[in-house]
Design a protein around this ligand. Structure first.
Ligand code: SAM
Length: 290
C-alpha cells in the first residue's frame, strides 16, 4: 500500500502476447521473457495455459480472462495494472483478440491510460496467407462464418464481389458445408486454399478451385478434422470487361440495331475479339434496359 503523501506508482503495462498455434517452438524468446517477468497472466483458459507454462518452466500466476468474464472482471486486471504491476494477456493459441477474447480488456486499459504493448507471434490467418500463393497485398479477414446455413450464405453473398483475398476460420465439423456454400455462392472455378493443422504433424495446405477443393475434402474424412483456415481468391471482373465498356460496346450497339441479338453478339465477338458469351450476356442486359 502506498504511504500517505507518497507518489502513486506509475501504471504497469499490459502485454498482449501471442502463443503458438501448434508447434511450441514457435513461441518467441521475447514472449517467454515477458511471461516470466509479469506479475500476472490473464489467460483465456487457465488450465490450458497452465500446461504451456509448465512446458516452459514459467511459474507466473494465471487468472481467467475469457469472453464471459472479461467485460465484468476487466476491472480486476485494471486495478493491478493501475497499481503498477505488469500483466500479460494470452489466449489458448495464437494472437489474442483475433477471434479470441481480449478486446474489452485492451479497450478498458487504453481508456485508462495504461500502455498496451503487443508481443507478436503466431496467427493462423497470417501463417496461412503467407504460404497460400494468393494475392497477399490486400486481404480481408472474415473470422468465423455463421453456423446456420441461411446466415452463412447471406454473409458469403455480401463478400461475393470483394476483390481482395478472403480469409475465413472454420470449425472442422462444418468445413464441408462451408466449402459447398462457397462453391455455390462464389462459383466452382474460384481459386481457394485450405490450410489445416498449421505447424502441427498433419499440416496440409491444399490449393484448388472451390469445386475441386470441396470434392477433395468430401472424399477424405481426414481432411474434415483438425483446425482450418479457408482462403478464397478475390473476385475478378470477367476478362474483357474493360474492352467491352469502350470499343466493343460501340460495335455491339451498332450491330444490335441492325440484326438479331445472337447474330449481333457473334459478329461483335469476331470483330472485337471479346468472348461471344460475354457479349451475348451484355446484349441481353442492354435489351432489357432499353
Ligand atoms: N487467435 C488465433 C489466431 O491467432 O489465429 C485464432 C483463435 S480461433 C478461436 C481458432 C481458429 O483459428 C480455429 O478454428 C482455426 O480456424 C484457426 N486456427 C488456429 N490454429 C490453427 C492451426 N494450427 N491451423 C489452422 N487453423 C488454425
Amino acid at each position: 500500500m502506498t504511504a500517505p503523501g507518497a507518489p502513486n506508482p506509475a501504471p504497469g503495462t499490459l502485454y498482449v502476447v501471442a502463443t503458438p498455434i501448434g508447434n511450441l517452438d514457435d513461441i518467441s524468446a521475447r514472449a517467454l521473457k515477458v511471461l516470466r517477468d509479469v506479475a500476472l497472466i490473464a489467460a483465456e483458459d487457465t488450465r490450458h495455459s497452465a500446461r504451456l507454462m509448465q512446458h516452459f518452466g514459467i511459474g507466473t500466476p494465471l487468472a481467467a480472462c475469457h469472453e464471459h468474464n472479461e467485460r465484468d472482471e476487466g476491472g480486476r486486471f485494471l486495478a493491478r495494472l493501475l497499481a503498477g504491476e505488469d500483466v500479460a494477456l494470452i489466449s489458448d493459441a495464437g494472437t489474442p483478440l483475433i477471434s479470441d477474447p481480449g478486446y474489452h480488456l485492451v479497450r478498458q486499459a487504453r481508456a485508462a491510460g495504461i500502455a498496451v504493448v503487443p508481443v507478436p507471434g503466431a496467427c493462423a490467418l497470417i501463417a496461412a496467407l503467407s504460404a497460400a500463393g494468393l494475392p497477399s497485398d490486400r486481404f480481408i479477414f472474415e473470422g468465423f462464418l455463421p453456423a446456420k446455413a441461411v446466415a452463412r450464405r447471406a454473409r458469403l453473398e455480401q463478400v461475393k464481389e470483394e476483390p481482395r483475398t478472403l480469409i475465413f476460420y472454420e470449425a472442422p465439423h462444418r468445413i464441408l458445408e462451408c466449402l459447398e456454400d462457397m462453391r455455390a455462392v462464389f462459383g466452382g472455378e474460384r481459386q481457394a486454399l485450405l490450410a489445416r493443422e498449421l505447424s502441427k504433424t498433419f499440416e496440409t495446405l491444399k490449393g484448388l478451385p472451390l469445386a475441386e477443393l470441396s470434392a477433395w475434402v468430401a472424399a477424405d474424412a481426414n481432411q474434415q478434422r483438425g483446425e482450418c483456415v479457408v482462403l478464397v481468391a478475390g473476385w475478378q471482373a470477367p476478362e474483357g470487361d474493360a474492352v467491352v465498356s469502350a470499343e466493343a460496346l460501340r460495335v455491339l450497339d451498332l450491330l444490335l440495331a441492325e440484326m438479331p441479338l445472337k447474330r449481333a453478339a457473334a459478329l461483335a465477338a469476331e470483330i472485337t475479339g471479346v468472348r461471344k458469351n460475354l457479349l451475348y450476356q451484355l446484349a441481353l442486359a442492354r435489351q432489357k434496359d432499353a
